[in-house]
Design a protein around this ligand. Structure first.
Ligand SMILES: [Zn+2]
Length: 262
């Protein structure tokens, strides 16, 4: 069976409380045997770690989401530092900037984002970046940061990427991967499909962002990791490749980026 990695899920969320173990079994049955569950604040980062500890194949990312950083304290940052060195934590995030509706003040978002960059340096872990209507700032900040941090690939992923192919190449040249989710199959995503046709496969990883952003056949419902193959199938069409090639490349990319084989 083809094997996939869901590089961005929120398995701790209440949407999964009623059927979390069945949902994980469905993922496994569909070949999605490895999932990175991503924190959005301190409590959800802790829950991500607990889920990783209890389930083989689940790994955790710890971070404070830009929409969740209002009122963040030094104590929160200190707690995050401690969480980052816990077993099965493979990434820092999700973190970044979100200027859509400005849920949190921009200066707080920036301070929080910079803390995550420092933590990535300290821990040596890749970043999971959220960028919404903030591309200019994120590009500039990551360009400055990646120029100073040790050279090489595997600095992180731009999750739920919705920029141009040209922007994707800028991130790739800095050492980042490009995260693709179920939104690629939406009728409104025609432009993204053209962009992803031009983004090199060896720098793409698959994700769900579940419970959010279900693929087209499940719109209006809850998303879950079992739907990753849908996204792979759409990407196969876009790139005119066999789904086997998409599965093996994106799985190898995810394992390399998040050092899952170490
Ligand atoms: Zn997310």
């Amino acid at each position: 069976m083809l094997e996939y990695v869901d590089t961005h899920a929120h398995l701790d969320m209440a949407e999964f409380d009623a059927d979390r173990s069945e949902m994980l079994k469905r993922a496994c049955d569909n070949g999605v045997k490895t999932i990175i569950t991503t924190g959005i604040d301190i409590p959800s980062s802790q829950k991500a770690i607990d889920l990783a500890a209890a389930n083989s194949g689940i790994y955790a990312a710890v971070g404070i989401h830009p929409q969740e950083c209002t009122g963040v304290t030094e104590a929160d940052f200190a707690r995050l530092d401690i969480l980052s060195i816990t077993d099965k934590v493979v990434a820092i995030g999700e973190c970044g900037l979100d200027y859509y509706r400005d849920y949190s003040p921009r200066h707080t978002q920036l301070e929080t984002f910079y803390h995550h960059l420092d933590l990535a340096d300290k821990s040596g872990l890749p970043l999971i970046i959220h960028c919404r209507q903030a591309e200019e700032d994120v590009l500039k900040i990551l360009a400055d940061w990646s120029a100073q941090s040790p050279a090489g690939e595997g600095k992180g992923v731009i999750h739920c990427f919705s920029g141009s192919a040209e922007t994707a190449l800028k991130y790739i040249n800095m050492g980042f991967y490009i995260g693709l989710g179920g939104y690629i199959g939406y009728p409104s995503s025609k432009k993204y499909r053209a962009d992803f046709a031009a983004i090199p496969l060896e720098h793409i990883v698959l994700e769900t962002d579940c419970p959010f952003l279900p693929p087209q056949p499940y719109r209006g419902e809850r998303n879950e990791p079992a739907y990753v193959p849908q996204t792979a199938s759409t990407l196969a069409e876009i790139k005119n490749l066999q789904i086997e090639e998409i599965a093996s490349a994106t799985t190898a990319n995810a394992r390399r980026l998040f050092r899952l084989d170490k």
